[in-house]
Ligand binder design. Structure first.
Ligand code: PLP
Length: 355
């Protein structure tokens, strides 16, 4: 029998989650965000299930080229634009829409052959202070784009820093709308949190990411309550059992010490598979469908769980690390991170099956 760890990707859940995003923003078109190998779910596999999206957005141009080669004809948006002139030429050739966020990229347009045409998404920095032009620079940027025959269309965009928490998007949205006013350009501002919470900011193109993969963009608001279904379920089995006496410790650093006699199961999954090494004792795990918790430190290839809640459990018992029956958001919260990071960290060595 092979090592029992595997990730199951539920493509019907992916389709359903896209439908949730589209229903939330019926007037907008949707770029399904598939950066970082579709948040660790597999780019090509996910693209094949995202035919209902109006476009795909990512930042790796080699992956964008592969999407074209695989027959994706609809828009593809490069979320950080291009990094050099060669990429710009490639983007024009393959018809990738490009984010334009700094003067270097603007200057690069001059290097395009005269026949090349490009769709441009001008990124405004409205307060996140990561990528983008300040509002006061927008007039000049648009003037230069307007005078450039390479530019086929211009869309305005921004990204919100706090769409998922109680601070919301108010100030940033106001700045964005002030900058956009009177220019009659289409715009794109909404990530998953904004799609679900701020209909007033949907604009012309939404950019759902994490919600497509069935996780919640909001701490403390379960994905299921938002109508989202998990796409990735990571499962394994117990490969060894230890009977502990009171005082026995488990794993590196002996961070867990039994206070009574107990049974501990060793699961074939470790941080080299993408399980977060910082997951503390009691991080939730499903054992034969029943909740139990991590005991001891996560090792490279193994982790240990408390078998107490399932006395019949032993070698071969089924374990779910996250996914169906155990939201990745809960595991992430226990480990001090977010589901985005769990998904993206799924290691190449973990076999993937589709459903
Ligand atoms: C990743 C990304 C998104 C998607 O964000 P989610 O929170 O995953 O929905 C949207 N817009 C931009 C610019 C991004 O980089």
């Amino acid at each position: 029998m092979p090592r029992p760890l595997q990730a199951c990707i539920d493509l019907s859940a992916l389709r359903d989650n896209l439908a949730v995003a589209k229903r939330a923003a019926p007037a907008a078109r949707a770029f399904a965000v598939v950066k970082a190998d579709a948040y660790g779910h597999g780019l090509m596999r996910c693209a094949s299930a995202l035919g209902a999206a109006d476009g795909l957005a990512l930042l790796e141009i080699d992956a964008a080229v592969r999407l074209r080669e695989a027959g994706w004809r609809k828009p593809i948006l490069l979320l950080e634009g291009v990094f050099d002139a060669a990429e710009l030429a490639l983007a024009a050739h393959d018809g990738f829409a490009c984010v334009l966020h700094d003067p270097e990229q603007l200057a690069m347009l001059r290097t395009l052959p005269s026949s090349a045409r490009l769709d441009v998404f001008v990124k405004l920095n409205t307060g996140m202070n990561r990528l983008g032009f300040r509002a006061h620079a927008l007039g000049k940027v648009l003037a230069r784009l307007g005078a450039d025959a390479h530019v086929r269309s211009v869309t305005l965009m921004t990204h919100f820093a706090c769409a998922d928490d109680e601070r919301g998007i108010g100030e940033q949205l106001q700045r964005f709308l002030d900058a956009a006013r009177g220019r009659s350009l289409p715009y794109s501002t909404a990530n998953s949190a904004t799609i679900l919470r701020f209909p007033e900011a949907h604009g012309d193109w939404i950019r759902p990411g994490i919600m497509l993969y069935g996780a919640s963009p909001f701490a403390g608001e379960p994905a299921l309550a938002l109508g989202l279904r998990p796409v990735m379920t990571l499962t394994s089995r117990i490969i060894g059992v230890q009977e502990l006496a009171a005082g026995d410790a488990v794993g590196y650093g002996a961070t867990f010490v039994a206070t009574t006699p107990m049974r501990v199961g060793v699961v074939a999954c470790g941080y080299a598979d993408g399980y977060p090494r910082h997951a503390p004792n009691a991080t939730p795990v499903l054992l034969e469908g029943t909740r139990t918790g991590i005991v001891g430190r996560i090792s490279m290839d193994m982790l240990c769980v408390d078998l107490t809640p399932v006395p019949s459990a032993g070698v071969g018992s089924a374990v779910t690390l996250w996914g169906e029956g155990l939201p990745a958001d809960e595991v992430a919260a226990a480990a001090g991170t977010v589901s985005y990071e769990l998904f993206c960290a799924l290691a190449a060595r973990v076999p993937i099956v589709e459903r």
